[in-house]
Design a protein around this ligand. Sequence first.
Ligand SMILES: Cc1cc2nc3c(=O)[nH]c(=O)nc-3n(C[C@H](O)[C@H](O)[C@H](O)COP(=O)(O)OP(=O)(O)OC[C@H]3O[C@@H](n4cnc5c(N)ncnc54)[C@H](O)[C@@H]3O)c2cc1C
Length: 369
Amino acid sequence: MTLSKDFPPVHAPGSGRSNSKPALAESGHTRFVSLGQQAVGQQTVGQPLVGQPLVGQEPQPIRLPGTDCMIKPQVPLTSLTSFKVGGPAEMYVAPRRIEDLQASFEWAQTRGLPITLLGAGSNLLISDRGIPGLVVCTRYLRYSHFDAETGRMTAAAGEPIARLAWQAAEHGLSGLEWAVGIPGTLGGAVVMNAGAHGLCTADILVDTHTLAIDGTLEVWHPDQLNYTYRSSKLQAHTSLAAAEAIRLVTQATLQLQPGGDPEQLIADTTQHLDRRRITQPYHLPSCGSVFRNPGSHKAGWLIEQTGLKGHSIGGAQIAQRHANFILNCGGATANDIFQLIHHIQQTVEQNWSLCLEPEVKMIGEFHLA
Ligand SMILES: Cc1cc2nc3c(=O)[nH]c(=O)nc-3n(C[C@H](O)[C@H](O)[C@H](O)COP(=O)(O)OP(=O)(O)OC[C@H]3O[C@@H](n4cnc5c(N)ncnc54)[C@H](O)[C@@H]3O)c2cc1C
């Protein structure tokens, strides 16, 4: 497989290209309300778009010039997130090639629209009012290559990380078994520093490529990404950001251990999945762990000790099996989940004098009751 088929040459950050040092993400018309340490964007949705049809006419899909890629208006995002809640994307595109990504960025920039990047949507709470601007979904950026000799695996951002974990095992490569229960993309894992069972993406990342508005592909190494627990520098460049600030992860290379026995590795991977299915509620929509663990404490344990397990707001409930999970038990709105997150934060703070910081990314407009 040719890895570079759709991918132009890359430049290391600081290698002389004009925007090799990313600016901080910002949206000119965003106000922020603090919920713990995570900023929740407040935006006006439904503003008329520059260049869109006049009032009274249905907005139509737009073909990006020179590509076979369509930008679609008012696309529901409910089915594109693991919580299964939230409103529509004002505009939505799901490119398959780098050229289409670039054309999408330029299209948004010309119209002054903010951009939000969407992987598998497994760590997102999207407002019931939807996301203003252009949502760029990465899940159709696909390819993977496993080198059984060196142990290196290179894959496109849209590859599901759980699928890569199974494939790595089949190739006799160990070191990714922990990722089998994570329902996100490789790109999302690089940005979120996804991890499990004491291991995380930063531990095995060799490098990652990001795409900027001018088409520059930058190569980043882990020591440049300020990796900490479930956090990276890239998170500031991914949602409701001006096109100039966006850094889209296009691919990543992971260093795995070669020479393993595929049968044994498949058995180990299965064991990881089984263990998660016992300890975590996979039967209903969620975003996985809602809060980061504060220091040496487990967020789930702190929540459980406050007696909140099973507590509901609307269709959203704190899981009985794992108190750091909020479940959509049917008919939940994003606002129900938002209110429940706030309630947990308040209760834990009253009991433990600790502020739980959300791991889930909240995008769009939310209001406290
Ligand atoms: C049942 C369940 C279990 C989970 N278990 C775990 C777990 O064990 N460990 C763990 O760490 N997480 C876990 N998660 C959370 C989630 O799966 C991870 O955070 C995952 O890495 C998110 O990937 P994603 O593709 O879904 O990203 P999304 O949720 O789509 O996006 C997350 C963030 O990354 C940005 N982003 C996504 N793709 C790109 C890209 N290509 N370039 C730039 N920015 C991008 C988005 O803008 C957003 O800011 C779990 C979630 C669920 C639902």
